[in-house]
Design a protein around this ligand. Structure first.
Ligand code: UDP
Length: 373
């Protein structure tokens, strides 16, 4: 069930379908621990409902999804895959929420036309051939672990079109890149207000965790002597404490993990967004949220941001891991027209555009699903 939501374009599917969404297993929806996949799940749910489809969401206990009813499942959360090394075996805790969610899926699957898996976990891929309802998997990160690559690759080969990714750059981290379907991302642009005249501060958004490279943004704001507003879930407290200790004089301020409305209200008044990830970012929802507010993006030239930022037009792509490069780009922010940023968001990252791509993906998954017997 949804709150107020306009119809987001015409459905490209032949008839209304029943979807079962299975959430990430690393945190409750609304906690921020799931990162950008939480927003992607919400936006996809909203647009499918607005186009006349029905859906049911299964997620860990404590989940909240703006206007949508969630079946909450109890159990112990998975450790996020990005904290594990490449060769580490896949593990699941006792009373695993992941196992419990997929046991629920097994029991109710016959009521649905298509299951959508949002979890970057081994189990849903492994279970795919054992289920009677087709599964589309949204893979939300690049290659991180050998066992995961193996199981995702098997599904991508056996079930053509069933593995969706955000970007080509993300797909290329996998040996089976050509079998992945790039979907991009999109936003309900009405939730983000354009701001023509910013204040002086920069901002940084995201999970506070080493792969996100917050220390580079703090170092750059100190070198440029421009305040930095930091928003996001602290996933790794010792890491954040290290940054605070390493940069006692830096002009940064941590504002907490904010909801979308609060976050965009601060972001829109910032001069620029810094994206300083040390890993191959699969996409970077925060980039398009900033652009939607008219805020230019300065990002390392690696992963998803390469496919988002128009260098010199809606931001600057900087040599990866170069704080000097960030400082130079900060000094060139005035060359970027904030109207061009909002326009890019409208042209490429509307929910309608994402809806068309996502429905075409579901259509292909169902058409190519191998018939049994
Ligand atoms: N975010 C938020 N509140 C905050 C900071 C961030 O809701 O205070 C959300 C933001 O809207 C985005 C997500 O955190 O959807 C970060 O996603 P992104 O795709 O940038 O990176 P990920 O965490 O998936 O690696």
């Amino acid at each position: 069930m949804l709150g107020s939501c306009s119809v987001l374009g015409k459905s490209v599917l032949q008839k209304p379908l029943k979807f079962l969404f299975v959430s990430t297993s690393v945190g409750a929806l609304g906690s921020g621990d799931g990162g950008g996949v939480e927003l992607t799940l919400l936006n996809t749910a909203r647009l499918l409902v607005s186009r006349g489809h029905s859906l049911h969401v299964v997620a860990p206990k404590g989940s909240r999804l703006d206007g949508i009813t969630v079946t909450e499942i109890d159990g112990v959360l998975q450790v996020p895959a990005q904290t594990l090394s490449r060769a580490v075996p896949v593990t699941m805790p006792e009373n695993s929420v992941l196992g419990n969610m997929w046991n629920y899926v097994r029991q109710v699957q016959r009521r649905f036309d298509l299951i959508i898996n949002f979890a970057y976990d081994w189990l849903p891929f492994y279970l795919t051939p054992f289920l009677t309802t087709p599964v589309a998997h949204l893979v939300s990160m690049g290659s991180l672990n050998d066992a995961m690559d193996d199981v995702i690759g098997r599904v991508a080969t056996q079930y053509p079109h069933s593995v969706g990714v955000y970007t080509r750059a993300q797909a290329q981290t996998f040996a089976f890149a050509d079998a992945c379907v790039p979907l991009g991302s999109g936003l309900d642009l009405a939730r983000y207000s354009f701001c023509e005249t910013p204040d002086s501060a920069l901002c940084w958004l995201g999970r506070i965790s080493p792969e996100k490279g917050l220390e580079d943004a703090v170092a750059a704001s100190q070198a440029a002597n421009i305040p930095l507003k930091i928003m996001g879930q602290i996933q790794n407290e010792p890491y954040f404490r290290q940054i605070q200790q390493a940069f006692p004089e830096a002009p940064f301020e941590y504002l907490g993990f904010l909801n979308t409305d609060q976050m965009q209200n601060i972001v829109r008044r910032c001069r620029g967004l810094l994206v300083t990830s040390h890993w191959v970012e699969a996409f970077g929802n925060v980039l398009i949220e900033a652009l939607a507010c008219g805020v230019p993006v300065i990002a390392y030239q690696r992963g998803g941001p390469i496919e988002i930022v128009r260098n010199g037009e809606t931001g600057w792509l900087v040599q990866p891991d170069s704080v000097d490069g960030l400082v130079t780009a900060i000094q060139s922010l005035d060359q970027i027209d904030r109207n061009a940023c909002r326009q890019q968001a409208e042209q490429e990252f509307s929910l309608e555009a994402l809806g068309d791509r996502t429905e075409a993906w579901f259509d292909a998954v169902l058409k190519f699903w191998p018939r049994v017997g």
